[in-house]
Design a protein around this ligand. Structure first.
Ligand SMILES: NC(=O)c1ccc[n+]([C@@H]2O[C@H](COP(=O)([O-])OP(=O)(O)OC[C@H]3O[C@@H](n4cnc5c(N)ncnc54)[C@H](OP(=O)(O)O)[C@@H]3O)[C@@H](O)[C@H]2O)c1
Length: 325
């Protein structure tokens, strides 16, 4: 389908981001991940601006970034120059880790927020997060740094407070489990990974998020296995060898090809749809740097669910697996 046809046939759903009350687009734009808004593949500012502007034209109103994503904040600041500030929401982040050292001084958070605001060309961000603390760091985050976040909120520099997981290091996402079970009142927003191959948070974290009004941003829902048929085949072979899925349960050459039918255009589209099909999820962040992919992803989420039989089978196949994928 040509990009024009896709553009005219899509509908962007909006959902409420938990207790923040922000009305966010179901697809949001990420500036981290493997692509970092195209920085990883040498995109120029004009290409990056075109990507951001196209996302806004397609109805995206929420953009995720971090002080730790190379030049992403500054690229976004330039791309968004002249766009009315009340037409989009921003989420940025800070990590106490710097050059391998876990910081002690909350002033680093204040300085980082000031730099983020200057780079983004704004006087506030809607959501400010602790970037990827691991479960063992959680208590220090709350005791040492959270009060500083509260002061930044009182000053109007940030509106809501959250944290994101570091999935690659902690595939169990134990930090959001701790956050939501011990201090749900502290966290307006959590950023986690819920995907077709990563369903573990559906057991407790997502229901608790609904109960406590915590907004959920869903990150990295398809990378890296779903867009890469070789990696996906290898993973399914591994999971079958380890007994996570039955031998011969899935075809070895195209293990998830059965998801592609009717209006599910690809395995990637199935991945984004699954990622959006939970009532706790307010937004799914796409990290694409490619205009055609962006339009495909918007189109995928214009119908954010798979046929019920396929969803059921995915839950039966992968629902109990807690492995890096
Ligand atoms: N700890 C954290 O706080 C944390 C961790 C991870 C991510 N995040 C945030 O979440 C965002 C999303 O995560 P992610 O970047 O991993 O996103 P993702 O959308 O799950 O994966 C992006 C990857 O998938 C590819 N892709 C996207 N759409 C595609 C399509 N239609 N067809 C084929 N390939 C496609 C992209 O390549 P192309 O560029 O070629 O499309 C890119 O390699 C990040 O950008 C970041 O803002 C936060």
């Amino acid at each position: 389908m040509s990009s024009d046809l896709i553009a005219y046939s899509v509908h962007m759903e909006h959902r409420i981001l938990g207790r923040t009350g922000l009305r966010v687009s179901l697809l949001s734009l990420g500036s981290g991940g493997a692509r970092q808004l195209g920085q990883a593949i040498g995109m120029t500012q004009s290409g990056q601006t075109a990507l951001v502007r196209r996302a806004l034209d397609l109805g995206v109103n929420f953009i995720d970034t971090s002080a730790g994503y190379g030049e992403s904040e500054a690229i976004l600041g330039r791309a968004l120059d002249g766009v009315p500030r009340d037409s989009y929401h921003l989420c940025t982040k800070w990590s106490p880790w710097e050059n391998g050292v876990f910081g002690e001084d909350p002033q680093s958070l204040v300085d980082s927020v000031e730099r983020s605001l200057a780079r983004l060309g704004t006087d506030h961000v809607e959501v400010m997060m602790f970037h990827g603390p691991l479960a063992p760091e959680y208590r220090v985050i709350v005791d040492r740094f959270y009060p500083t976040m509260e002061r930044l909120r009182e000053q109007g520099k940030i509106r809501y407070i959250g944290l994101s997981v570091q999935y690659a290091t902690e595939p169990s996402q134990g930090v959001v489990d701790l956050a939501i079970k011990s201090d749900a009142n502290l966290w307006d927003v959590l950023m986690l990974k819920y995907g077709l191959l990563n369903q573990s948070v559906a057991k407790e974290v997502l229901p608790l998020a609904i109960k406590h009004g915590v907004g959920i941003m869903n990150m990295a829902a398809i990378r890296v296995k779903l867009p890469d048929p070789d990696l996906l085949q290898e993973l399914m072979r591994e999971w079958s060898d380890e007994g996570h899925i039955g031998q011969g349960e899935l075809p070895s050459d195209d293990p998830l090809g059965w998801l592609v039918h009717d209006d599910v255009a690809s395995v990637v589209a199935a991945g984004y749809k699954f990622a959006a099909d939970h009532p706790a999820i307010a937004t799914v962040i796409t990290g694409t740097s490619n205009l055609d992919h962006l339009e495909e992803n918007v189109a995928a989420l214009s119908k954010p669910y798979l046929p019920a039989n396929d969803t059921r089978r995915l839950k039966e196949l992968f629902g109990d697996i807690v492995e890096y994928a």
